[in-house]
Design a protein around this ligand. Structure first.
Ligand SMILES: O=c1nc[nH]c2c1ncn2[C@H]1C[C@H](O)[C@@H](COP(=O)(O)OP(=O)(O)OP(=O)(O)O)O1
Ligand SMILES: [Mg+2]
Length: 201
């Protein structure tokens, strides 16, 4: 990592994501800032057709505004029995960023679906852009199953319904470090780390 890279700006309003990035960047001595720390940040409309398009738009909009490198994360839950829904619409599936309503709608739509058909994965596209360089793009996926009721209080979003078979727990039953070790976001960020220092300098 370049000597000057002590801080990274993430184009996110999601405090759950921000906590996860903060935990993963902390051991590297890198502090995380988010849209909450940026004054008069431009509005970003997530109208892409893919996670990666949306992440590119979030990052590029803010790095053009700040004239510095910016990271963005577009992520969501892809449910096989629902033809990939909610997918890129995960944040506004039922209510706009209403996790409880989103989880209720997911359970309702899966009510008739048998256990062995409740497979799903979380996807995460992470992009780093700059005003002058080609973007870095990485992705990660975590595979599991959707339960019939919530379990656990940690995490955010769909975590309480997402059962991760390898650990026999939902993502909401994992500590921050445990989740980062296996999550779509952790996988994507570890891929990014292998390229970020070269890109940054
Ligand atoms: O690890 C996760 N655990 C549980 N749920 C998750 C996770 N990762 C994404 N998700 C869900 C939450 C939200 O419903 C959507 C993300 O939507 P997404 O647009 O990427 O994020 P967002 O709008 O909350 O914040 P922002 O765009 O400002 O980064 O997928
Ligand atoms: Mg969003």
């Amino acid at each position: 990592m370049g000597d000057r890279m002590k801080e990274i700006v993430i184009a996110t309003k999601n405090q759950g994501k921000a906590r996860e990035y903060a935990a993963m960047f902390a051991p590297l001595g890198i502090k995380v800032k988010t849209l909450a720390d940026v004054k008069d940040a431009p509005e970003i409309v997530e109208d892409g057709q893919t996670f990666t398009e949306n992440a590119l738009k979030k990052a590029q909009t803010l790095s053009d505004f700040l004239q510095m490198p910016v990271l963005a994360d577009d992520s969501g839950l892809v449910v096989d029995a629902l033809n990939g829904e909610p997918g890129i619409y995960s944040a506004r599936y039922a209510g706009d960023h209403d996790d409880d309503k989103n989880n209720e709608k997911l359970l309702a739509n899966l009510a008739e679906v048998a256990d062995d058909k409740r497979t799903a994965h979380f996807h995460c596209s992470v992009v780093v852009t700059s005003p002058i360089k080609d973007p870095l793009v990485v992705e990660g996926d975590a595979y599991g199953k959707i339960l019939h009721a919530k379990r656990g209080k940690a995490g955010f979003g769909y975590d309480p319904l997402f059962f991760y078979p390898e650990l026999g727990k939902t993502f909401a039953e994992l500590s921050q470090d445990e989740k980062n070790e296996v999550s779509h976001r952790g996988i994507a960020l570890r891929k990014l780390m292998t390229q970020l220092a070269d890109w940054w300098d």
